[in-house]
Each structure stands twice: as structure tokens, then as C-alpha cells.
Design a protein around this ligand. Structure first.
Ligand code: SF4
Length: 81
């Protein structure tokens, strides 16, 4: 959400509670997962591949094994709809 100065505020992603990536439920958690969580999950989810699918197609359309960095795959999922 941009504030009055147009600066994007850091905010927790609304998917935190149920997101398998954030909750360490994915098969191969990347070694950088902590950094990704800080950047995306509690920072800005705009560039998260999982969130791209979630906000475009809804929660049920997000592949279980899609990682936040797989933006191209997210776009393919979106384009296929
Ligand atoms: S991985 Fe993406 S969808 Fe999941 S909590 Fe983090 S920013 Fe949100």
C-alpha cells in the first residue's frame, strides 16, 4: 500500500498463516529461504511468484510446489487460464 508520500510500506503478506513456503512445508526449502521471507513475506509480496498467482487467480490456483522466485512459472500458470 503506498502511503501519502508514495512510498511502499513494508507489510506482512496476507498469506503468511497458510503459505507452505513461509511455514517451511515445501519439499526443498532453499538455503536463502530466510532472506526470501524477509524480503517478500514480511516485506513486499509484489514480486513473489506464489502471490502473483494468488492475487490473479485465487488461492486454489497456486501450485503447491511453486517457489517465490519462480516468476516465469507463475506467469505460465496465469497465462494458461
Ligand atoms: S511466499 Fe509469497 S505468498 Fe507466501 S507468504 Fe511469502 S510473500 Fe506471501
Amino acid at each position: 500500500m503506498p502511503d501519502r508520500k508514495g512510498v511502499t510500506k513494508m507489510a506482512d503478506c496476507e498469506c503468511l498463516a497458510t503459505c507452505p513456503f513461509f511455514n517451511d512445508q515445501m519439499a526443498d526449502m532453499p538455503s536463502m529461504s530466510g532472506i526470501i521471507k524477509t524480503r517478500y513475506c514480511t516485506g513486499s509480496n509484489v514480486h513473489c511468484a506464489r502471490h502473483m498467482v494468488f492475487r490473479t487467480l485465487g488461492r486454489d490456483a497456486v501450485p503447491k510446489d511453486l517457489y517465490p522466485s519462480q516468476v516465469e512459472r507463475a506467469q505460465e500458470v496465469i497465462d494458461a487460464h
